[in-house]
Design a protein around this ligand. Structure first.
Ligand code: 5GP
Length: 204
């Protein structure tokens, strides 16, 4: 039987730069993780493609997916649903490949409960004030949406204790290097390596 891949969960406060770090990770051909494309009811932003950035769904379609147990986790975030397709994650891990999720913290908490052997990485802002200036300068959201996101972020920071690792996003490339280092180390954990040797000996 094939050794299972890792379920890598990158999460953290709103505005911390999860999407930017994820895009940077996947812009390099040496990144071997498989990105799990999420489902969402949010409208596509300019340039976003269905089946590439997200699978864009109506609320009815999304609620049907919930009812059919097709989502590993899901959350409502600033008025829209977001969720991770369970079949893709399960099949990819069973095939021995690492899956990478970039999700908000409510979803990460659900996965921690359902799938504790996942690798949980918290992307932290260098400081809350920097988070605020990033949100204000983003310029794509209204003041009330920004205020809402900041309040959510304060609560999310308190959730850091659910994670195995914390990566400060002081610089995107450095954050990516730290994530690669964490994943590499996870593959070299004694229990994973030992299981591999044990299997080898069973064959002898
Ligand atoms: P955005 O609308 O800016 O693309 O994403 C908003 C938030 O939703 C981000 O924090 C992003 O990480 C999160 N998100 C994206 N996909 C998923 C998902 O499948 N599940 C959950 N729980 N959050 C997601």
């Amino acid at each position: 039987m094939k050794e299972k891949g890792l379920l890598i969960v990158l999460s953290g406060p709103s505005g911390v730069g999860k999407g930017t770090v994820r895009k940077e990770l996947f812009s390099h051909p040496n990144t071997t993780y498989e990105y799990s494309i999420s489902m969402t009811t949010r409208k596509p932003r300019e340039g976003e493609l269905d089946g590439f950035d997200y699978f864009f769904k109506t609320r009815e379609e999304f609620e049907q997916l919930i009812a059919q147990d097709k989502l590993l986790e899901w959350a409502e975030f600033v008025g829209n649903y977001y969720g991770t397709p369970v079949d893709y994650v399960r099949d990819t891990i069973n095939d021995g490949r690492d899956v990478f999720l970039e999700i908000e913290v409510q979803g990460a908490r659900q996965i921690r409960e359902k799938f504790p052997e996942g690798l949980f990485i918290f992307l932290a802002p260098p400081s809350l004030s920097e988070l605020q200036s990033r949100l204000v300068h983003r310029g794509t959201e209204s003041d009330s949406v920004i205020a809402n996101r900041l309040e959510t972020a304060r609560k999310e920071l308190e959730m850091m204790n659910l994670y195995d690792y914390v990566v400060e996003n002081d610089h995107v490339e450095r954050a990516c290097e730290r994530i690669h280092a964490i994943v590499l180390a996870e593959h070299l954990r004694r229990d994973r390596v030992e299981a591999r040797y044990k299997k080898m000996l069973e064959v002898e």
